[in-house]
Design a protein around this ligand. Structure first.
Ligand code: WT7
Length: 631
């Protein structure tokens, strides 16, 4: 299907996909290669939750990303890899080279006995072998589960136990600025309670010393010596599992969202080309880590399915200095740059000369993802990076949705500061009020739900279909509930206002407050805790902990340090609290429920209207908490 090239065409596509969704997706799917065509485009709905796309068809994601392009684009650069070290020159890998590397990795996995349906866990830095590894997994039909390298041993271990991975692929270490992250050491700690792991494949990156366990750990470079570079892709059924990706929810245990083969592929392909509008020679750079869904869909699969050139950067935005992103854009002549508001705000806070030293004249399109972008950051991004000539696509979506759901189409539909604007074709967002009724007025505010299935949606929570139903489809009958609130203006533009559940978004990382509370409560002096988010200038949301200790700690600073360490141990450094307030009690209803509304107001510093506290079991506690408020 030709990409959407004008506003009128967008309207036509949208209308067509509403009137005849199966006809629409049938046409899109024909752009890709299938071993066997599908029989039915879509069956199932939000009530039976047995949703299937392209049933009867067989295909392979890796061959659609790679082999499909070899005839015309074999010599074209697929991946440009930029090392953490600015002195190391960027590495260009063509489609045909990438295909061979993926075949070789598939051969390594296969020689280790990995088969279709086995789970491979990746716990790596941002190295090409991570991208090659997930493509190789999809090539042989193994399910990949990437765990972000910033998660702790305990988090990694919990995820491996949940998905029963057979193989773990990791690095000796990962470069992040001037630090080396000891990935293998963390993995060793995690694997103490992971009997499902039979083999650990270690890719050498940093050459720091690591312990290799006999009979379990193998070096990738040794395994490669006996691997082949010809490895045919396994035909996969449309609904065969593709990958599991863990994300936080409102309970303590992260959920493994399962995406399946064909629907995810078609959706990644279609959304990438229409939102970003790349020309053949353009260069796309998504700064997300492959450990998050953005790194799956828009660093790896979307660009490769479209035969475009994608950039992967190993390091951090501020190494060796705060100009690194802008230098890379000039050096590689990046045309499309996709990043998170938290990175924009962090760089906005540094000296503008880091930006003005660079030309940035190759840029054509900017993107934002992961959290609401505030108008100040939007306007800085627009003025100083886009020089007022690049559209900013503010793309709203989630791990669960697989790909972008609400977003402008670059150069095609209108961009409005801080608005995700309009839904993509095939997506039917609605707003519902607190009693679950759809709000019919165009101009409205409510909870954001999606009315109909789409190809990229997660099919289940790994091993817990009932939790999948309860989390997403029971709050509002017959609807997918996103967990986000949104406003819609008179022209139907959506503005996402943020989570309305107990999930917070810290520097674009999604964390459950319950998860953090569980970590805090592991400290022996803590009786109970409550965690809420509050507005944070750089991180978007900061983490505010209210913590009950039976005796006020003698050395509160020491206890705070221990609490930070507890969170780092249980979850990882990304979940470290910003503020910890010791209290003697928490505001509770008569039934014992913590009144988070009050705690949120205190944390936000909005003490003007504390609402009606008469239903509280312990109204006096509110005064104490307000007096002790930290900022
Ligand atoms: C949550 C999903 C989507 C990939 C990265 C995050 C928030 C995401 C936007 C946006 C406002 C956004 C939502 C959503 N979010 N994009 N453009 N504007 N909010 O994926 O970790 O699954 O988090 O991120 O709150 O529910 P995720």
């Amino acid at each position: 299907m030709e990409p959407i090239r004008s506003y009128q065409e967008y309207l036509n596509h949208y209308e067509e996909a509403q009137a005849n969704p199966t006809g629409y997706w049938d046409k899109v799917a024909r752009d890709l290669e299938w071993f066997r065509p599908w029989k039915r485009v879509c069956t199932g709905d939000f009530s039976d939750l047995n949703i299937k796309w392209f049933e009867g068809g067989t295909t392979n994601l890796s061959s659609n990303c790679l082999d499909r392009h070899l005839k015309n684009k074999g010599k074209k650069t697929a991946l440009i890899y930029v090392s953490n070290n600015p002195k190391e020159p960027p590495q260009k890998i063509t489609y045909s080279e990438l295909q061979q590397k993926v075949c070789r990795m598939a051969s390594v996995f296969s020689n280790l006995g990995i088969k279709k349906g086995d789970v491979i866990c990746f716990y790596m830095g941002m190295v090409p072998e991570l991208m090659i590894g997930i493509l190789a997994a999809t090539r042989i039909g193994a399910i990949h589960s990437v765990v972000f390298g910033g998660f702790s041993a305990q988090s990694l271990s919990g995820r491996i136990q949940d998905c029963q991975a057979k193989l773990l692929v990791t690095n000796d270490g990962g470069y992040r600025g001037d630090k080396i992250i000891a990935l293998k050491e963390v993995a060793d700690e995690a694997l103490k309670d992971c009997p499902s792991i039979q083999t650990v494949v270690v890719h050498r990156r940093t050459k720091n010393a690591v312990k290799m366990q006999d009979g379990r750990d193998l070096w990738l470079h040794d395994l490669e010596t006996t691997a082949t570079t010809v490895f045919p892709a396994t035909p996969m059924e449309a609904e065969d599992p593709l990958f599991i990706l863990y994300t936080s929810g409102s309970t303590g245990k992260p959920k493994g969202l399962l995406h399946t083969t064909a629907g995810y592929m078609v959706y990644a392909y279609h959304t990438f080309r229409n939102v970003f509008q790349m020309s053949e020679e353009d260069i796309f750079w998504c700064t997300a880590d492959i450990g998050w869904v953005t790194g799956h869909t828009y660093l790896t699969y979307g660009p490769l399915l479209n035969g475009n050139t994608t950039v992967m950067y190993e390091g951090i935005p501020v190494y060796p200095d705060a100009g690194r992103f802008w230098q890379i854009i000039d050096q590689l002549q990046v045309t499309h740059f996709y990043t998170a508001p938290t990175a924009i705000r962090a760089l906005q806070a540094t000296d503008l000369s880091f930006v003005t030293k660079c030309k940035l004249d190759s840029l054509k399109v900017l993107g934002s993802v992961g959290e609401p972008i505030n108008e100040e950051a939007w306007s800085w991004y627009n003025t100083h990076i886009g020089k007022g000539r690049c559209p900013i696509v503010d793309t709203w979506w989630q791990t669960e949705t697989g790909g972008i759901m609400i977003s402008p189409l670059a150069h095609v539909t209108e961009c409005i500061p801080a608005h995700a604007t309009h839904p993509l074709p095939g997506i039917t967002p609605i707003l519902v009020n607190s009693s679950g009724k759809e709000i019919m007025e165009t101009e409205a505010e409510g909870n954001l739900c999606i009315k109909n299935p789409w190809p990229g949606m997660a099919r289940t929570i790994w091993g817990d279909h009932d939790r999948f139903r309860k989390t997403y489809f029971e709050t509002y009958k017959g609807l997918y509930f996103t967990g986000d609130g949104a406003r819609r203006d008179a022209k139907g533009n959506y503005r996402i206002t943020g989570r309305v559940d107990d999930v917070i978004n810290v520097s674009g990382h999604r964390l459950g407050t319950a998860e953090i509370e569980d970590a805090i409560n592991t400290h022996p002096d803590v009786v109970e805790s409550a965690v809420v988010g509050y507005p944070h200038k750089i991180k978007g949301q900061g983490i505010y902990v209210f913590c009950i200790c039976p005796q006020a700690p003698n050395n509160p600073e020491q206890v705070k340090k221990e609490l930070m360490a507890a969170v780092t141990k249980v979850i990882g450094p990304i979940a470290k609290p910003d503020l910890i307030q010791f209290v003697t009690g928490l505001p509770k209803t008569r039934s014992g429920k913590i009144m988070r509304r009050i705690l949120r107001k205190v944390a936000e510093g909005d003490l003007s209207n504390m609402g009606d506290n008469s239903t509280l079991l312990n109204p006096d506690i509110v005064d104490e908490i307000v007096k002790g408020k930290l900022s």
